[in-house]
Design a protein around this ligand. Structure first.
Ligand code: NAP
Ligand code: ZN
Length: 349
């Protein structure tokens, strides 16, 4: 076991501060990673603040991890020392259920092990995430990253990337489809980039008119301000797919009105009760409201490979670990362009 520096919160109303945590000795299939960068996801804030009522303290967040391999277990074949690698939202699953067999580890019937805040099968207690110097992970849950991309801007692909990629693929977004992305934050900006790369006609649906120019630069063909009822009416019944990244329970009915008959809106943000969904909005045009959780390991690798081929990375603002509490406040007030990434070197200072 080794002791490493980390940043975390000891209570739901506490700021994050430096703490010491333990990492396990490497097992035969483990990769020991020194963390270089870690993205800051809105989920990190939900977990620190116990919004989902399941947090265990201390919470050491972070599931958009980029690092380099410092040691490998004796049975590891896929990775070698010095290599740049990624770790996303999961570090283990049962490997033995229908979901795992289908490469859908995120839906593991026996419960996947999330990178932080899941029971730790090795050390007891719960898992600790990437706001730390080092992590030890089974090689099955370690991803290859393209070394030709700007590696710090690859970090957010490990969560924001796969969470938006997976539903776009699942609902088979095609060239020419009219696709709406609701919420221009970390997930939303990747949603725009991917939908654009897949050839869709992309409409950014936002509460912030001042993000319009950025939305277009990121690949949106149109911007729809959701607070403008007239414009919302003009787009009624016209979308083939909507990806909704709004981070809180909200009124989904205005967005459902935008879908064509038989089309789907997929939620990835609001992991909590929604305001009253109007059954009529679904029934009269056979519309669908769905959800999606991150993506499987193979799918994550496919997404990373696609990004390598198409030169896709996140738009990031680099921060030092010591500035994390301010970054959290800015994310909550929708003031992030478009993902904070922590330079882990700062934790050594
Ligand atoms: P983020 O960077 O804060 O972006 C969310 C955006 O949603 C905001 O920038 C804002 O965009 C819009 N928004 C915020 N509050 C809103 C409201 N009340 N009504 C309408 N729009 C609102 O967050 P993120 O990191 O992208 O994460 C988004 C959500 O996805 C979080 O809840 C996170 O926990 C969740 N998540 C889920 C998964 C999954 O597997 N399903 C994975 C990762 C994250 P505009 O200014 O453009 O309106
Ligand atoms: Zn995340």
């Amino acid at each position: 076991m080794s002791q490493v520096k980390a940043y975390g919160a000891e209570a739901n109303d506490a700021d994050l501060k430096q703490l010491d945590i333990k990492r396990r000795e490497i097992l035969p299939n483990d990769i020991h990673i020194e963390i270089d960068y870690c993205g800051v996801c809105h989920s990190d804030i939900h977990q620190v603040r116990n919004d989902w009522k399941n947090s265990k303290y201390p919470v050491i967040p972070g599931h958009e991890i980029i690092g380099h391999v410092v040691a490998v277990g004796k049975e590891v074949t896929k990775f070698k020392e010095g290599q740049k690698v990624g770790v996303g939202c999961m570090v283990d699953s049962c490997q033995n259920c229908e979901a795992c067999d289908e490469g859908l580890e995120q839906y593991c019937e026996n419960g996947m092990t999330a990178t932080y805040n899941s029971p730790d099968k090795h050390l007891g207690g719960h898992t600790f995430g990437g706001y730390s110097e080092e992590v030890v992970v089974d090689e099955k849950f370690v991803l290859n990253v393209s070394e030709k991309l700007d590696i710090k801007a690859v970090a957010p692909l490990l969560c924001a990337g796969i969470t938006t990629w997976s539903p776009l693929k699942q609902w088979n977004v095609q060239k020419g489809d009219k696709v709406g992305v609701v919420g221009l934050g970390g997930l939303g900006h990747m949603g725009i980039k991917f939908a654009h790369a897949l050839g869709a006609h992309v409409v950014m649906i936002t509460t912030s008119p001042n993000k319009s120019e950025d939305a277009e630069r990121l690949g949106a063909d149109e911007v729809l301000v959701s607070k403008n009822d007239e414009d919302m009416k003009k787009h009624a019944n016209s979308f083939d797919f909507i990806l909704n990244t709004v981070p809180v329970g909200h009124d989904v009915n205005p967005y459902l009105n935008l879908l064509k008959r038989d089309k789907t809106m997929c939620l990835v943000g609001a992991i909590e009760p929604l305001k009253g969904v109007n059954g009529g909005a679904l029934i009269v045009k056979r519309k669908r409201l769905a959800g999606s959780l991150i993506g499987g390991i193979q799918e994550t690798q496919d997404m990373l490979d696609f990004c390598g081929e198409h030169n896709i990375v996140s738009d990031v603002e680099m921060i030092d670990m010591q500035n994390i509490n301010t970054a959290f406040e800015r994310i909550v007030s929708s003031d992030v362009k478009y993902r904070f990434v922590i330079d882990m070197q700062s934790l050594k200072n």
